[in-house]
Design a protein around this ligand. Structure first.
Ligand code: SAH
Ligand code: SF4
Length: 404
């Protein structure tokens, strides 16, 4: 049996997870927030107005405690405080790259008996005309793409909507980026810093579609965080049966991690391809709700030296995407410790990109950002896991000493 056949397509995600006793209101839908207020005795006729007020405090002003909510009665504030928090994921570490990219390691609330606290990473990438936040959808990823560091993580669980929205809140907190911040909160510039969201952090968003959908509805709310669906891109490794639903229920932009032009190679790079091969994936793209020349699908293609980067591959890529309103993103491979792949030579990337360009596609080569802080694509892996890898090594070393 080949190595490929023995690599399982996916791992199993954890289902046992104990939420914190006092939940955060961050990430609740307006309807859920109204229900929560109902539970505190707010009469139905008042709920809509109260939701509106609280929503504004949380998402426009960046409130982190109920006592600042001066438009809400003291009595209700006290009740809110007894039963809920406005907590975001806790920042364990913040790293700032020489190019301005910032990476946060975030600890999630709640716990799983016998497991360490769960952590995810979130990355902010500033550019001249925009600021992109790369958001995680899972702790780790159940899929095992062979070139991706996140895929090697053992522990996997789906994030809740609050934990997904919470990443945007953390970024706005740290960047001082709320639209109308409270006096003790920095920021308030007329221009927002976080303008775009890409669901390209840890995890496969289409394996957590319901929570991602609910979270993005909060993020896109025009009276709150206000990041429009056209500025939100969801990236998938190709979970074909969920692609149409993402279009219908979320309505965001779509990116496909293609990386290979034939099934044989894609099976190796993205084992999920054994379940949903390229032809099925591209058929789903052709039918993606709302796809048009002004709403193109982005195809991501990681440049792996000697693996998928030949001139023939480039020509085949162009042929394959014919008829699909597409953009092509060539991503230089970001190496990580222990990987067997290398990034294509610059010259080869240019040759490849020229063919794609000549075929009529703008083919920006995504400059790797935040390499010095391991913040680039596929390098996100939580410290928890790194620690346990280190511990495993230490254990192995101890075992060796013992056996001597
Ligand atoms: N699971 C989703 C989204 C997260 S991965 C997906 O696979 O699309 C985000 C992007 O980073 C994907 O295109 C992924 O293929 C790419 N990527 C993963 N590891 C990488 C690496 N080491 N170098 C460059 N890009 C990588
Ligand atoms: Fe998961 Fe995406 Fe990494 Fe594949 S590339 S292992 S789907 S995060």
């Amino acid at each position: 049996m080949s190595v490929l056949e023995t690599t399982p397509i996916e791992k199993v995600a954890l289902e046992r997870y104990v939420a914190p006793a006092k939940p955060s209101l961050v990430g609740l839908s307006r309807a859920a927030l109204a229900d929560a207020l109902g539970g505190l005795g707010v009469p139905e006729a008042q709920r809509k107005m109260r939701v509106q007020q609280i929503w504004h405090w949380i998402y426009v002003r960046g409130a982190t405690s109920f006592d600042v909510m001066t438009s809400v009665s003291k009595e209700l504030r006290a009740k809110l405080d007894e039963n809920f928090t406005l907590a975001r994921p806790e920042i364990v570490a913040e790293q700032i790259s020489v190019d301005g990219t910032r990476k946060w390691l975030l600890r999630l609330p709640g716990e799983v008996p016998g497991e360490r606290p769960h952590e995810v990473e979130c990355v902010y990438i500033p550019d001249e005309d925009r600021g992109t936040l790369c958001v995680s959808s899972q702790v780790g990823c159940t899929l095992n793409c062979s070139f991706c560091h996140t895929g090697t993580q053992r522990l996997v669980r789906n994030l809740t909507p609050g934990e997904i929205v919470g990443q945007v809140m953390v970024a706005r907190d740290r960047l001082g980026d709320f639209a109308s911040p409270l006096p003790d909160h920095p920021g308030g510039a007329s221009k927002r810093l976080v303008t775009n969201i890409v669901m390209m952090g840890m995890g496969e968003p289409l394996y957590n579609l319901d929570h991602v959908r609910d979270a993005l509805a909060v993020v896109a709310d025009g009276e709150g965080l206000s990041i429009s669906k056209r500025r939100i891109t969801l990236s998938t490794s190709g979970v074909v049966p969920e692609i149409a639903r993402a279009g219908e229920e979320i309505g965001c932009m779509l990116a496909i991690s293609l990386h290979a032009v034939n099934d044989e190679l894609r099976n190796q790079l993205v084992p999920l391809n054994r379940k949903y091969p390229i032809a099925q994936l591209l058929a789903a793209c052709r039918h993606y709700p709302g796809v048009s020349n002004s709403r193109r699908i982005t195809f991501e293609y990681v440049m792996l030296k000697g693996v998928n980067d030949s001139v023939e591959d480039a020509k085949a890529l162009v042929r394959l995407l014919k008829g699909i309103p597409a953009k092509i993103n060539l991503i230089p491979f970001n190496p990580w410790p222990g990987t067997k792949y290398e990034c294509s030579d610059w010259e080869q990337i240019e040759k490849f990109s020229q063919i794609v360009f000549d075929a009529g596609y703008a083919s920006p080569v995504r400059t790797p950002r935040g390499r010095d802080i391991l913040a680039a694509c596929g390098q996100l892996k939580s410290a928890t896991e790194k620690l346990s890898a280190r511990e495993r090594l230490a254990l192995r070393a101890m075992a060796m000493v013992d056996s001597e």
